[in-house]
Structure formats: C-alpha cells, structure tokens
Ligand binder design. Sequence first.
Ligand code: FES
Length: 128
Amino acid sequence: MTRPFLCRIEELADPGTRNVVLGEGDDELDIVIVRTKSAAFAYVNRCPHQFIPLETFPNHFLTEDKRFFVCSGHGARFHLDTGKCYSGPCLGKGLDPLRIAEENGALYLDEALSPEEIARSKRTNRRW
Ligand code: FES
C-alpha cells in the first residue's frame, strides 16, 4: 500500500502543528501533526472527551506556551509527544496516535490500515 503523504517536516515550526485531512465524507481522516524537540508525532484530531476536533479556529491546537495540545471544547490539555491527557475532563485517556514515517524530509502516514479504514473506526462528532 502506498503511504499517504502528510507534509514536509520543514513546514512545521518547532514546536508547531499542521492539520491534514485525508479522504472525504464518512471516510474523512482528520489528522493533527505536531513537531516538538525535532521529532514529529501524529494523532487523530478527535478529543476523547466528546469526540470532536480539538480546534475551533484553523490550526489552533496548542496552548499559548506551546507545551500542550488544548481542546477548545472544554480545555483538556494533552502531551505533545504521547497524546496522553495532562489535565481536563478526559484524564486517563488520550489522543489516538498514528504511526508516521519520515523520508527525505517528508512525513507519511505509516499505518497498516488505510486512512478510510481508520476514519471508519474513529468516528468524529463534527461541530460544524
Ligand atoms: S470535548 Fe475536548 S475537553 Fe471536552
């Protein structure tokens, strides 16, 4: 299976995020990619509290000090490098991590399942 391209690593500030959506409709996989301390991580853009996307405004995923993801729903904060909840209503839970691979400065989704299969298993409640 061809690994879906996500973005070039130089497009990400450090720390910084980028939102990538693969597929459409019910098969849409909404991904947030973060770069921190020179490493990149990717998660399904879905808060484990109410299964809505984390951001209200495009690409606004981080706390002001850029140390955590923050959910605009009810303020849950998540570690950048693990996705585990640090504070808020979903303590003990976390963002769903996605495997990524870097090749020649480009990041690719590196999962056994297709983006559509992942999207179907991780339904997101849309706010808009
Ligand atoms: S929906 Fe994310 S904290 Fe409530």
